[in-house]
Design a protein around this ligand. Structure first.
Ligand code: NAI
Ligand code: 15L
Length: 248
């Protein structure tokens, strides 16, 4: 697990062992009270040593918000390339990649029906652009080198929804673990892209690709609805998939 010291990594470190997974943890930062490998994803030698002998990589590491292009280039683009190259060199069978809604953030929300994964890339930031690149790496290494890859376009994965927008985009920690477990274990995934949210009443994302992997979400952000004022219909959060990231 790259990015194991981060928010999602911290939740999944707790939850994934119950599914039978043994974790090797890695991050740029040390993790208090846990054995982990500490290195920058751009350090190709360290990355290759870290993936040696594992069955799969859960790739969460990198910059998780908008930043300068130089920083995104180093951590997310060069870093993810180093990771996939190490996976190829060491014969690792599978990568589950934390992509993001911001890879398709300029998708309008006013079309009828739910939005699937068969839509064009429409990144809303340099960060979202790096997720398009990450999904491209997953496709390339699946086709050219036979690595099984699942790219999960995560909505908003936090212990609880943080905004009215997240009533649509929330991926609960429990559902995140369920989805990652499905992505790690479903047979013959080839190169698969799935949307990653809970069973939210207000969802505008279609989960059929994730369900095909065996994902059965159990949570719904609606139980938090009374915490937030209604979304302004003219706001980016109401009009565009990537919400306020489109305004950055
Ligand atoms: P986070 O920012 O809390 O964790 C990311 C981790 O990556 C950090 O611990 C950081 O030290 C590490 N990292 C950054 N640059 C690195 C480098 N060059 N080398 C090695 N490690 C590096 O982010 P969070 O929320 O845990 O997200 C995890 C992944 O999921 C990220 O890739 C993020 O883009 C993606 N994601 C998260 C969403 C969310 O709602 N939490 C939504 C969509 C995608
Ligand atoms: C993301 O991709 C970010 O990593 C996370 O911090 C949230 O901002 C999330 O998207 C979101 O759209 O809520």
């Amino acid at each position: 697990m790259t990015g194991a010291a981060g928010g999602v990594g911290t939740m999944l470190r707790e939850l994934l062992p119950a599914y039978g997974h043994t974790l090797r943890l890695a991050d740029l930062r040390p993790i208090p009270d846990a054995d982990s490998l500490v290195f920058d994803l751009q350090d190709t030698g360290a990355v290759q040593a870290a993936v040696r002998g594992v069955d799969a990589v859960l790739h969460l590491g990198g910059i998780s918000v908008e930043d300068t292009f130089a920083n995104i280039l180093d951590a997310n683009i060069r870093g993810s390339h180093a990771l996939y190259e190490a996976v190829r060199a060491e014969g690792v069978g599978r990568v589950v990649y934390a992509s993001s809604n911001h890879a398709v953030g300029y998708t309008p929300l006013d079309a009828p029906g739910l939005i699937g994964t068969d839509i064009p890339a429409r990144p809303d930031t340099y960060y979202g652009l790096s997720k398009v690149f990450g999904e491209g790496l997953a496709s390339l290494y699946a086709d050219k080198h036979g690595v099984q890859t699942v790219s999960i376009r995560i909505g908003s994965c936090f212990p609880e929804p943080r905004s009215a927008r997240a009533l649509a985009t929330w991926l609960s920690p429990g559902d995140c673990a369920r989805l990652v477990h499905a992505a790690l274990t479903a047979p013959d995934v080839g190169h698969t892209v799935v949307n990653g949210i809970s069973a939210n009443t207000r969802a505008w994302w279609d989960l059929s690709a994730a369900r095909k992997l065996g994902y059965e979400p159990q949570d719904d952000a609606e139980v938090y609805a009374d915490r937030f004022p209604p979304l302004d219909p003219d706001s980016a959060d109401a009009r565009l998939l990537g919400g306020w990231f489109t305004t950055l």
